[in-house]
Write a protein that binds this ligand. Structure first.
Ligand code: ATP
Ligand code: MG
Length: 176
């Protein structure tokens, strides 16, 4: 019997401390819609969709071949897209984040994966199906990114949950 495919994506996980701060802010403000579970808060780098399990090893090797650098993501925008996705975003994309997304995308394309062609818009989703932007001052959060991961998105009794299949560190810049 063949094993079912996995729904895969690469993302930067939100560390528990920042997730706690964000969830606290969300609870104290008039945020409508379906909140993203604290353990699911993340920034998607590349969405691969349905893939055979046998691809995980090649994806892990590809991720391990990258040399990404650490960065601090300054989340200073609160916005809602017309598909109802309420999110936090940076007004400036750190070069190290842009480099990581670009190198990952290039290697995935070279390896034959199909990726969407839309421009990369880094964001952390707070809630889905959100009918309106909350009328609240925009919060700011500093997110020290130290790793990225490959996730399988799974349907569970508690809703969608992400299962990490591998983590890779971001490297601090070499001292000057
Ligand atoms: P659910 O869809 O069950 O509400 P979810 O969106 O968190 O939950 P997935 O749909 O598996 O779970 O998506 C995992 C990640 O990939 C999320 O960051 C999601 O925004 C992103 N994603 C999903 N579909 C696409 C797509 N077609 N293109 C780009 N990113 C996508
Ligand atoms: Mg989805």
């Amino acid at each position: 019997m063949s094993t079912p495919p996995l729904r895969l994506f690469f993302a930067i996980p939100c560390c528990p401390q920042l997730a706690h701060e964000i969830v606290d802010w969300r609870a104290q403000n008039p945020v409508e819609g379906k909140p993203v579970a604290p353990e699911n808060l993340h920034l998607t780098l590349a969405f691969l969709g349905s893939q055979p399990r046998g691809q995980v090893e090649a994806l892990a090797a590809l991720a391990a071949s990258l040399t990404p650098r650490t960065f601090i993501l300054h989340l200073d925008r609160l916005a809602r897209w017309k598909n109802g996705l309420l999110h936090l975003a940076p007004s400036q994309v750190p070069p190290a984040l842009a480099d990581l997304e670009r190198s990952l995308r290039e290697q995935l394309l070279i390896s034959g994966f199909n990726l969407e062609t839309r421009h990369f818009k880094p964001h952390l989703t707070l809630a889905r199906h959100c009918p309106r932007l909350p009328s609240t001052p925009t919060p700011t959060f500093d997110w020290p990114a130290t790793e990225f991961a490959l996730y399988a998105s799974e349907n569970t009794a508690k809703g969608t949950r992400y299962h990490a299949l591998g983590h890779w560190p971001l490297r601090p810049p070499a001292p000057a």
